[in-house]
Design a protein around this ligand. Sequence first.
Ligand code: CP3
Length: 340
Amino acid sequence: MLQNDLLLRAAKGLSVERAPVWLMRQAGRILPEYRATRAKAKNFVEFVKNPELASEVTIQPVDILGVDAAIIFSDILVIPEAMGLPYEMIEAKGPRFPSTIQTKADIDKLKIADAGDLDYVMKALALTKKELNGRVPLIGFCGAPWTLFAYMIEGSGSKTFSKAKQFLYTHPDLSHQLLEKITQSSINYLKGQVAAGADLLQIFDSWAGVLSEKMYYEFSLKYISKICDALSPLAPVTVFAKDAHYAVKNISQTSCNSIGLDWTIDPLKARQEAGSKTLQGNADPCLLYADEKTILAETHSMLKAFGKDRYICNLGHGLYPDIDKEKVKFFVDVVKEYKW
Ligand code: CP3
């Protein structure tokens, strides 16, 4: 039994006393405690694969920031790795894949991952669930098929993801084959996460915004929708499609429970588009560089615009590493103390 189930009630559209708050990248470099735990691992990939360390940093923001949920410390890139495409994390630069997907043979070689291939994540979830002891819900996650596809073809981050988009334009059939394999792997993975203790799931489509609207529906939302259909009977699902504000209406037609928003969409406009779905977001992380007076005023106006019910307070993207931890804590407190 959960002592604090605000997040789950909000995601399911049930009434709440106040809006729950958690932050994308809350387990991360803004916390000196995270940096200290990370230093115990040889590198990022090994860190993610260590259930004790992953569990420790997952719980830190619950203790230190007082957020209403924990999100399992892992990365979206564990799925390509489980499919047979290992990644590295280059310090201060980001992910890199030593080999990438270029041909049909490369796609055929990839396996459809199952939860057993990601045993270390299942162990981290089970351990975290036990340590949390019902204090707050535990969020599991995966990357959206399109976002993972983009990294697997491109081999690293990119401003334009032009190589990945070139593949969509030049090999649409192969693209669908790869997206389908990623989708099946993600479904197996998320089912495993629910069995291991995840209470809610989020699908991160970080690179939604590089696609045109038409291509977004064909190459991304179609597959996200399949994942929602397979998982929403088991746990509430949030779809976060960064920079795809045009898609809110179409996302609301999937079987997801809530829609994550970045700061480029107005809360009232999003409400009109999203039907009865719960909304999550959408403060600009850069707001947390401002003084407390500004943070308070902007946060209050955001809370007022979204309203108390069917709302999960969050940022519109992850925290940046140089944001002051005290400002993050201030933001969380402002949300928790707001008089509805
Ligand atoms: O607190 C949480 O949000 C949970 C943990 C989490 C991480 N990555 C840990 C992490 C989650 C949910 C992710 C998802 C993820 N990973 C996404 C989707 C969300 C988004 O930001 O759009 C993406 C695109 C990735 C891929 C990835 N991982 C990148 C591009 C980077 C480098 C960027 C950076 O901040 O350095 C990572 C590394 C990463 N994943 C870090 C953390 C805490 C920082 C690495 C470090 O500790 O040095």
